[in-house]
Design a protein around this ligand. Structure first.
Ligand SMILES: Nc1ncnc2c1ncn2[C@@H]1O[C@H](COP(=O)(O)OP(=O)(O)OP(=O)(O)O)[C@@H](O)[C@H]1O
Length: 635
């Protein structure tokens, strides 16, 4: 069928990452051998989708072969399995680029994370997507013969490799458009070389592929006591796009297998929603939330994983118009009856239909997530741990749904002092003290820093709950979420505490007295520290610690300043306020310190307040010298 022309094959090296990936994949996915067929059928189906789309403008690409299909052959004597499609095909350049390198961003980092531990690696590789390279799990040699649609028969290409380090490419002839992949099966996978086994795998993993998957019919032969191949093809799969079927006719397993094939995931999805919308704008949505974040989920430039179809013709799978960025973890299919088949990205941006599909998809996803949060808390905690930080982006990005998203947020809290994020804003409100008008929170670099912060002391003493936030996105999120259910969100590290929540009349009077009687020492401290602080004052929030740092309501929190600096950004240099504990021994001691040593003591007090508030000292060597001077002088 395919004739290699008299020409020397060119040998090339796989990209280093491909070599590593192949090695690790063969090693760790050995027991998931069946997925190779799912992946290759999925690629074949994508190739047919692409051809169908390009042929809308260029019908000549279809040549005289209009019936798109995928054919599977096997030969137990030659030990081969072939996957043949009449899709778009690949040019020589495409074959070298696609099957010699990995174009995904973040590949290097991904490979670094692979540990050699089979189980962990198989999960990670699953999230990454194995695709074509999975052929090498079961094969010791793979040949790919391909001709791009529309190019002459003698401009086909044959790619071949044993998956160890190199591949060869040579020009060839191929009568039929599309791609043929011939796998030479390893000795230990004999069971795959059977019509029965291959049919079973196809029905299990690829039943929902919308194209017919064909194999030679086999008939029982009494003489040989074997199944014998006939020369007639039969269709193995249901071959209608799964999303077009009625919900009641689709089993859970079919939904799961569809997801795994189409989105190249190893794991079942966490949850999904399937809806047919009828009326003036008709479309079908099948949207899944995965169990794990994709490896490149933090890349905000990453395109959405929503495949857009128009009347079952695949149009594109990287449109940013179909879902907002903060739902980029969702994967799925949207099939519209109303969008024009020739739609371009630019038209999508303007399209009223697309806007309404997007709004409805957001609603469906939020409904799904809300349902999970209220009825399936175990699932919700998986969801929250994987995608909570991304969902938080929605607080600032999607004001029309801000309230709904806010209800879905989960936090660590002093209520249970637990690092896991399980407390909702509604939980907080259900426990709020009578007359308490604020929801208190503390942001910090880590839960450990937050939970040991001196800012919490008075709240613990008074039994007022504080939410502890330590995700990078939290500061930004809170700058967009000022209140919830009419309670304002208030940082306990800022000077805006509602004093009525944390002090009673008697305590306020005593604070006023202290401020009066300690005025000389407060002034003296300010004199020593005026270059470093904005103000020194008596604190209402300290119980055990001698001092803490707070900032003005409108200043950036020290935590945010640190994050901005770590990201290489300039942040305004605003001085903090030093709050001191009027009842602490340190204060009494300060009154006895002579003028020569007072500066050192004052600075030491400030340094430790910065440290316990989660900050860092800009000159740690000076801090150590001061500390040593004081320790040595105290002998
Ligand atoms: N049968 C085929 N026909 C045409 N092109 C193909 C075929 N199989 C693979 N390709 C090309 O090779 C590329 C790489 O395939 P591979 O399966 O490794 O990754 P992918 O399908 O792009 O990504 P993933 O599997 O992670 O979704 C594909 O994107 C496609 O361009």
């Amino acid at each position: 069928m395919n004739k290699v022309k008299n020409q020397e094959p060119e040998t090339m090296n796989f990209q280093a990452e491909v070599k590593q990936l192949l090695h690790l994949m063969i090693h760790s996915l050995y027991s998931n051998k069946e997925i190779f067929l799912r992946e290759l059928i999925s690629n074949a189906s994508d190739a047919c989708d692409k051809l169908r789309f390009e042929a809308i403008d260029k019908p000549e690409l279809l040549e005289d072969d209009h019936n798109l299909s995928i054919k599977i052959f096997y030969d137990s004597n030659l030990r081969t399995i072939s996957i043949v499609d009449n899709g778009i095909g690949m040019s020589a350049k495409e074959i070298v680029d696609n099957l010699g390198t990995i174009a995904k961003s973040g590949t290097k980092d991904f490979i670094k994370n692979l540990s050699g531990d089979k189980q962990k690696d198989s999960h990670l590789i699953g999230q990454f997507g194995v695709g074509f390279y999975s052929a090498f799990i079961v094969s010791d040699n793979v040949k790919v013969i391909s001709r791009h649609a529309g190019v002459p028969i003698d401009q086909a290409v044959c790619w071949s490799s044993d998956g160890l380090g190199e591949f060869t490419v040579v020009n060839t002839e191929k009568a039929d458009r599309g791609t043929e992949i011939v796998l030479h099966i390893r000795e230990d996978f004999n069971e795959l070389l059977s019509g029965w086994k291959l049919r079973e795998i196809i029905r299990k993993y690829s039943d929902h592929i919308s194209l017919p998957i064909l194999m030679f019919k086999e008939e029982w032969d009494d003489k040989t006591g074997n199944h014998i191949k006939t020369s007639d093809f039969e269709v193995i799969n249901q071959s209608n796009a799964l999303w077009t079927r009625k919900k009641t006719e689709i089993t859970e397993d079919q939904y799961k297998e569809f997801y795994k094939t189409v989105f190249h995931d190893f794991e079942d999805p966490l949850i999904w929603t399937h809806n047919k919308i009828e009326g003036s704008n008709e479309y079908t949505q099948l949207l899944y939330i995965p169990k794990h974040a994709q490896f490149d989920i933090w890349d905000r430039e990453k395109s959405n994983s929503i495949k857009l179809y128009v009347r079952r013709v695949f149009i594109m799978d990287d449109s940013d118009q179909l879902l907002p960025r903060y739902l980029r973890f969702v994967r799925g299919i949207i099939d519209s009856s109303d969008i024009d088949l020739n739609v371009s990205r630019e038209i999508l941006q303007e399209s009223r239909e697309v806007r309404s599909i997007r709004d409805s998809s957001v609603k469906r996803i939020l409904n799904l997530v809300e349902d999970m949060a209220s009825k399936e808390t175990d699932k919700y905690s998986i969801f929250w741990n994987q995608f909570g930080q991304i969902l938080k982006e929605g607080i600032g990005e999607d004001f029309s749904n801000q309230e709904r998203i806010a209800k879905l947020l989960r936090f660590s809290s002093t209520h249970n002092n637990d690092k896991s994020q399980t407390i909702s804003l509604n939980d907080y409100i259900s426990r709020i003290k009578p007359n308490q008008n604020s929801i208190y929170y503390l942001t910090s670099d880590s839960f450990e820093n937050a939970i040991s912060s001196p800012h919490l002391e008075i709240f613990r003493k008074k039994g007022i709950e504080v939410l502890l936030l330590s995700d990078r996105i939290d500061e930004w999120m809170l700058s967009n979420l000022r209140s919830f259910e009419n309670k304002s969100l208030v940082s306990i590290a800022k000077d805006s505490l509602n004093s009525e929540d944390i002090t009673d009349t008697e305590e306020r009077a005593s604070l006023d007295n202290s401020s009066e009687s300690l005025k000389p020492i407060i002034d003296k401290l300010y004199n020593s520290l005026s270059k470093r602080v904005k103000e020194v004052r008596i604190s209402s929030r300290l119980v055990d610690s001698p001092a803490c740092i707070v900032v003005n309501q409108n200043d950036l929190s020290p935590h945010l300043v640190r994050m901005l600096r770590a990201a290489g950004q300039n942040s305004p240099d605003s001085k903090p306020i030093l709050e001191i504990n009027a009842n602490h021994k340190f204060l009494k001691k300060l009154e006895d310190i002579n003028d020569n040593n007072f500066d050192s003591w004052a600075n030491l007090l400030l340094d430790q307040a910065i440290l316990t508030s989660g900050g860092q000292l800009s000159e740690p060597n000076i801090f150590v010298k001061r500390l040593n001077d004081i320790l040595l002088n105290s002998q």
